[in-house]
Design a protein around this ligand. Structure first.
Ligand code: AMP
Length: 281
């Protein structure tokens, strides 16, 4: 496994692989890797000849009062996990490598970002689109792998790639959970034992929502209300949002028809966690 901190090194390696006719898979991450990231690498390993994992805590996608400074980082442990998953190259640039002095070009989106995380995190998706676009230009992957855990991000990236004719296949991968149901997340490390227990309200509410849809619930407002009511029973939880939106446009829907994304962000203490499911009715 190779590691590179500069764009130049990555480009040289990619050029060599392309010369050999090898296909390339990219897994963009912010590090502090867990089995959720591991599942993306496994999928990339299955579908591509060479697997590149980027590890970059992207300052551009964090708001001023968010957790950029305290976001967990452990490159050594990350390298162990990547090696075990058969990754070929880790790209871990410093911020100065990605954003040179005078940087002022961004990829932004008018649609898809008005609801859910885009509403409570203004400029977040501008940061995500900009960095992912840069990674696509640097790595030129045939396929890029993203988790359904960040469902709005996946929809936004798919749209960006389509709108801007990026020659890459976007592959969405299912949410990986802890044994008790909590969606795996680097941010779970922020939780103290009491909060960790309280955090189960997210996955438990996802199960409740899913069950209601399976039992025939088609009224999106009633579904969301029931889910909010369930979350309110947990004293440590504070709802940021629970919404039912179109998978494609991320606009609110009235009815559960076709594929609807039911997504939530909930604060457990100071930690903001997200979870979702796709309602198929
Ligand atoms: P992050 O490091 O949090 O930016 O995540 C990097 C990628 O891993 C994103 O595409 C996430 O959606 C994906 N990911 C994070 N957690 C999970 C999970 N529990 N299951 C599946 N994919 C995940």
């Amino acid at each position: 496994m190779e590691t590179a901190a500069t764009i130049k090194e990555v480009r040289a390696q990619i050029k060599e692989w392309k010369r050999q006719g090898l296909s390339i898979g990219l897994v963009p991450t912010m590090g502090y890797l867990h089995e959720g990231h591991g599942s993306l690498m496994k999928r990339a390993r299955e579908e591509c000849d060479r697997v590149v994992v980027s590890i970059f805590v992207n300052p551009l996608q964090f708001g001023i009062n968010e957790d950029f400074d305290r976001y967990p980082r452990d490159l050594q442990a990350d390298a162990v996990l990547c090696r075990a998953e058969g990754v070929d190259l880790i790209f871990h640039p410093e911020a100065e490598e990605m954003y040179q002095e005078g940087f002022c070009s961004f990829v932004d989106m008018d649609g898809l970002t008005g609801e859910l995380c885009g509403k409570s995190r203004p400029n977040h998706f501008r940061g995500v689109c900009t960095v992912v676009s840069k990674l696509f230009h640097i790595v030129t992957p045939d396929k890029a792998f993203f988790g359904q855990k960040d469902a709005q991000q996946l929809a936004v990236i798919r749209r960006m790639a389509r709108d801007l004719d990026m020659d890459v296949e976007i592959v969405g991968c299912p949410i990986i959970r802890e044994e008790d149901g909590l969606a795996k997340s680097s941010r779970n490390t922020y939780l103290n034992p009491e909060e960790r227990r309280a955090a189960l309200i997210l996955s438990q509410t996802i199960r409740l929502g899913r069950q209601m849809v399976e039992e025939g619930m088609t009224d999106a407002k009633a579904l969301v209300a029931a889910m909010k009511e369930n979350i309110a029973r947990e004293p440590l939880a504070k709802i940021d949002y629970v919404e039912a939106v179109s998978m494609d446009t991320i606009e609110k829907v009235d009815r559960i028809e076709g594929a609807v994304l039911v997504a939530m962000a909930v604060y457990i203490g100071k930690t903001r966690l997200i979870d979702n499911f796709i309602a198929q009715a």
